[in-house]
Design a protein around this ligand. Structure first.
Ligand SMILES: Nc1nc2c(ncn2[C@@H]2O[C@H](COP(=O)(O)OP(=O)(O)OP(=O)(O)O)[C@@H](O)[C@H]2O)c(=O)[nH]1
Ligand SMILES: [Zn+2]
Length: 296
């Protein structure tokens, strides 16, 4: 029996990376019976009689997983966010950050397309970037497309980790990956050769060996799923609200209409970004609206 990590999944087959070799495996019936659906990033045990193909025997427990993009056991997520084209949406960014917080995945916010800004717009946007940095997130705001400093900073942040690149369609995910690994073709080439198939396609989630990291390239999205959490949980997924909320008068304050709310105070004095608070309120309302269907 061997151990490995699912690198890619396609129509019932799972490509498993194990000691730098790739095996094409299928799930055994016992996985289906146990209603286990293997996903990219899963640590698995498998049998491979002919050193090339095999059977998945077991999926080891996941430390976390994302639904969109579907991937398990991630340490960091590079949230690729265009400042323009597609237009910047703090709402979409905050949704992704909340999803990552629920799974304790460390976000790295990478802002692209700043070159499409006038100088004044760029200066303005710096305030937004600084706002996210103040929350404690790693933020990379490039001034030239994929300049050396930005790429090196990113390399440092993902070093020896399992990561995922996520973001809206057209945000620049593939372009960023190509800059991160100019030898990407080579790396994926090796993998493809072993399986005798063509070049890697980006329509699916798949893990790529980039320097000393494994990074998943994922298809972009244009909308986002509902919130699988309670309104009481939501504040915990906004680190700054969670922290400042400890000073609210009432325990369990949801920072909405309650008096002597430290969070609302922090919004009015500018310590908490207005856009974050607005999005917090909107997510709260969404959770309330979906409550009838909400199952614990
Ligand atoms: N001007 C400018 N264009 C960029 C930048 N980053 C990416 N682009 C362009 O934006 C377009 C979309 O980039 P992709 O890398 O394909 O975007 P993606 O996020 O992978 O998109 P999907 O595959 O649809 O999810 C391409 O034409 C890129 O050349 C940037 O920083 N500045
Ligand atoms: Zn409060």
């Amino acid at each position: 029996m061997k151990k490995g990590i699912i690198q890619q999944s396609l129509s019932g087959f799972y490509d498993v990376l194990s000691e730098n070799k790739l095996y094409r495996t299928r799930g055994r019936g016992n996985l289906r019976q146990r209603k286990i659906k293997p996903m990219v990033g899963d640590q698995v045990e498998f049998d491979s009689p002919n050193q090339k193909e095999g059977y998945l025997l077991n999926v080891l427990p996941r430390k976390n997983f994302l639904v969109r993009p579907p991937i398990a056991n991630v340490d960091v997520a590079i949230v690729v966010t265009a400042v323009k084209e597609p237009i910047f949406s703090s709402n979409l960014l905050d949704r992704q950050l909340v999803a990552l917080e629920t799974q304790q995945i460390e976000p790295i916010i990478y802002f692209t397309k700043t070159d499409l800004f006038e100088q004044a717009e760029y200066e303005q946007f710096k305030l937004i970037a600084a706002g996210y940095e103040a929350i404690g997130y790693s933020v990379i705001l490039q001034s030239e497309p994929f300049e050396k400093e930005s790429i090196e900073m990113l390399e440092g942040l993902v070093s020896s980790k399992i990561g995922v690149v996520m973001g809206q369609t057209g945000a620049g995910k593939s372009t960023l990956l190509n800059h991160l690994a100019p030898d990407l073709n080579l790396a994926t080439g090796v993998i493809s050769q072993a399986l005798q198939r063509g070049k890697h396609t980006t329509r699916k989630v798949s893990l790529l060996a980039i320097n000393d990291s494994l990074i998943a390239d994922t298809p972009g999205f244009s909308s986002y799923e509902t919130f699988d959490m309670t309104v009481e949980q939501l504040p915990h997924y906004f680190p700054e609200i969670s922290e400042i909320g400890q000073q609210c008068r009432f325990r369990g304050c949801l920072h909405l209409k309650e008096p002597e709310c430290a969070v609302k105070e922090a919004v009015s004095n500018g310590t908490i970004m207005e856009s974050r608070y607005k999005n917090y309120n909107q997510f709260h309302d969404l959770i309330v609206a979906q409550k009838p269907n909400y199952k614990k």
